[in-house]
Design a binder for this molecule. Structure first.
Ligand code: ADP
Ligand code: MG
Length: 318
């Protein structure tokens, strides 16, 4: 539905987006996750044709955004970071105005009513936008994006600045949009993206550092599973013994505990179980195991790792 190929953007000498490529399938809800300054807005502005790329292409439903802007843009509803609202208009007047501007071909009154119903602002339809709360304004922005029923909806940090209740409402709205539309939305909040999306692309310093199905992301980043083992004895011997286990990828010493034992984090290959091997290895060198815990890296761990610059250039699939 949306195909982004080798997209790059320079602002003067600053490279804001660096060779980004990905494809979004119809009906997919894609989360574009990254810290401030990662290049999310710049990428979205290029996908929607608001900004031209330095190089690379964007194709929406078969139309290249710069070659066939009219066709491509008609397939997209966009809610930019700062919604383009005319705050002196009433909600209804504004939506009628945007309806005309977008040259929507649907029956006007019914369609606007339908869109207002969808984002739950029918009761505010006669209110002047500047008198609305930030949460309601955001819904008006969302309504504007939905005019004309475009198959692709792009939302740039739609929950920023909202209170917790409004955030939940907007998230639920986005989830419901995913039933009928292809949705790309950006956020710097990991929990929000993993709650709403089927797939997550993590961007950092203009580059894609991960691209995976929401559930698969953590194992893809860590490259394996983790086992935390607390053991007593000489650290060098323990590490050497663990490293001899075939499925082990790496071992690191985490911290020393009060009783003099040490916690080790063992990263090992997916689909294997090294618990018995670790037990046998420790028994062989006479080092008692005090505790053993398995678990995958959480998304939160992964995000910290990726954004602290220690991602070591690992890239996700696609
Ligand atoms: P995000 O939306 O992820 O916070 P942006 O796409 O807004 O990131 O910004 C990416 C980088 O490009 C940042 O380093 C930002 O400072 C820079 N940038 C964004 N817009 C401009 C601009 N108009 N002129 C110069 N630099 C810009
Ligand atoms: Mg932004």
């Amino acid at each position: 539905m949306v195909e982004v190929k080798n997209l790059t953007k320079y602002y003067g000498s600053i490279k804001a987006v660096d060779d980004i490529s990905f494809t979004v399938e119809p009906g997919e809800v894609l989360g574009f996750l990254g810290p401030n300054g990662a290049g999310k807005s710049t990428t979205m502005n290029m996908i929607t044709g608001y900004l031209s790329s330095t190089s690379g292409t964007v194709t929406v439903d078969g139309h290249e955004i710069l070659e066939n802007p009219k066709e491509a843009k008609s397939k997209i509803g966009y809610l930019p970071e700062i919604p383009p609202l005319y705050i002196d208009m009433t909600v209804k007047k504004y939506l009628e105005f945007m309806f005309d501007l977008k040259k929507v071909k649907l029956p006007k009154k019914e369609h606007i009513n339908e869109v207002m119903r969808l984002v739950h602002i029918s009761e505010q339809s006669e209110r002047i936008i500047k008198h609305l709360s930030k949460g309601y304004r955001q819904r008006v922005g969302l309504a504007q994006a939905l005019l004309g029923n475009p198959p692709v909806i792009i939302l740039d940090e739609p929950t920023v600045g909202l209170d917790p209740k409004q955030i939940i409402e907007i998230r639920n709205l986005i989830k419901s949009l995913g039933k009928k539309h292809t949705v790309i939305f950006s956020s710097h909040v990991l929990s929000e993206v993993s709650e709403i999306c089927d797939r997550i692309i993590v961007v950092y310093q203009g580059k894609i550092v991960a691209d995976a199905k929401t559930g698969e992301l953590s194992s893809q980043i860590s490259g394996g599973q983790k086992l935390a083992v607390q053991a007593e004895g000489n650290s060098a011997d323990i590490i050497a013994a663990i490293k001899k286990i075939p499925a082990v990828i790496r071992v690191s010493k985490k911290n020393e505990t009060h009783d003099g034992s040490v916690r080790y984090i063992i990263e090992y290959e997916k689909d294997s179980d090294i618990r018995k091997d670790v037990f046998n290895a420790m028994a062989r060198i006479g080092c008692p195991i005090l505790d053993m815990q398995s678990g995958n890296e959480t998304l939160e761990d992964m995000f910290l790792k990726l954004t602290s610059g220690s991602a070591s250039g690992k890239k996700g699939g696609k």
